[in-house]
Design a protein around this ligand. Sequence first.
Ligand code: FAD
Length: 494
Amino acid sequence: QSVVHWFKRDLRVYDNKALSLASKKAKEGGVPLICVFIVSPQDYQAHMTSAPRVDFELRTLEVLQRDLGEMGIPLYMATIENRKEIPGHILEKCEEWGARHVYCNIEYEVDELRRETKLTKTCLEKGIDFTAVHDDVVVPPGALATGAGNQYSVYSPWYRAWVKHIHEHPHLLNEADPISPNPSTTKQTFPHLFNLPIPTTPPNKLLTGTDRKRLTALWPAGEHEAQDRLQRFLATKIAKYKETRNLPAANSTSLLSVHFSSGTLAARTAIRAARDANTSPKLDSGNPGITSWISELAWRDFYKHVLAHWPYVCMSKAFKYEYSDIRWSYDEAAFQRWCDGQTGFPIVDAAMRQLRSMAYMHNRCRMIVGSFLAKDLLIDWRMGEKFFMEHLIDGDFGSNNGGWGFSASTGVDPQPYFRIFNPFLQSEKFDPEGSYIRKWVPELEDVKGKAVHDPYHRGAGREAERRGYPRPMIEHAEARKRALEVYKEGLGRG
Ligand code: FAD
């Protein structure tokens, strides 16, 4: 007899709802808890999971296995090529281990929801009790509705409803009960499940040695690192977050996104800690840095609600169907220049090079490069969305899809299509000293003053050329005019 917890994107022991319930069930029955994590190369492929993200996940498993092992809880790990076979494999193992209860936390993407629905049915047929619970979001999808009973598609009123709901249901921020150690006999009953090797990296997700070393130093894995990072952020940066969050050179954000997206930290835990550090018990009053950070974290919940309510966004469809007929460009050479950070727009190039080097990009820059791709180059935003997923360590379908929909004006609560970022003005406003540009674009490191934002138009062309920095691949003013026409025309057809 045993109880199983299936880890997915919840790779932590602390404050994990399904794990906590599984542990409670095992304790009540006096039986061991067995944890499971399945690697599926096909799943990585289907979700365009980046190599840095896969590496982060596998490094996290080492921490998880050690922590669980100290409580006598085994972590069974296996590689299953075909993702459709994962549920069947888990059920086979349940039979082998005499497990009558399986727990997991819900993922809201359409494939995952379908898989879990199917698994509920199969488990029922086999007499296994399958429990999937809300944990990844603070407020479960479906809990909020407009006065007319609809799902919100605009963030601000949704956010007010989200805050109100949490204030009325404060238990949503409570910590999940800590888990209990397994009976001491577990190691004798299931000796083959302890100290299993960590699954190997699928060949197409391998990092070079240098990349792995750099990314391991930048992004240490596991929930202890996540907790430490959260505490450091609360102690040193959150108070100034509101004023500094848009400045990519300021290093003023939490850099916790990889932990939220792989589940080494729960959004609930972070919001609770931020609330407890605030001067007010309310989520929307008190220290502006704290309230502003909480409202950014709320975007994560918002986009997951969107997935759950409008699952077609998971199927490469624009949320705003009237934007489906825009004549996008599929110019591979232009796309490649964007990918490589060779557009001749310094802020765009700095951002794309940050992405290639750190597997991360600052939020302001994600919006700038997103707008540049979709509006200045009129390249299908889905190509950018995919490229981001393939390179970000914090790739999260909901936030990425939502961010691209915002930038391309095709998504939920988008910016209006006629509002087109001017990359040079964005650069001057948010990187006033040009230090972000000089850090990531070494060709421009010696360019003085404001010319760094646009060297070819501002008197530093010769220097830029000498160092091999490209000329702007388009003229922004013309591109802007063209975008307005193409969007308008697309809307007319839609
Ligand atoms: P902080 O500023 O410290 O914010 C704290 C947390 O709040 C973040 O870790 C994140 O979980 C959440 N958050 C903040 N801003 C947003 C936002 N706009 N939307 C959703 N959640 C937010 N975020 C991802 O986690 N994964 C993605 O794949 C992703 N892709 C994006 C693509 C585009 C085009 C855009 C415009 C934004 C994208 N974001 C994505 C949102 C945002 O850029 C990152 O969450 C943020 O930069 C992470 O840095 P941080 O942890 O220091 O954030």
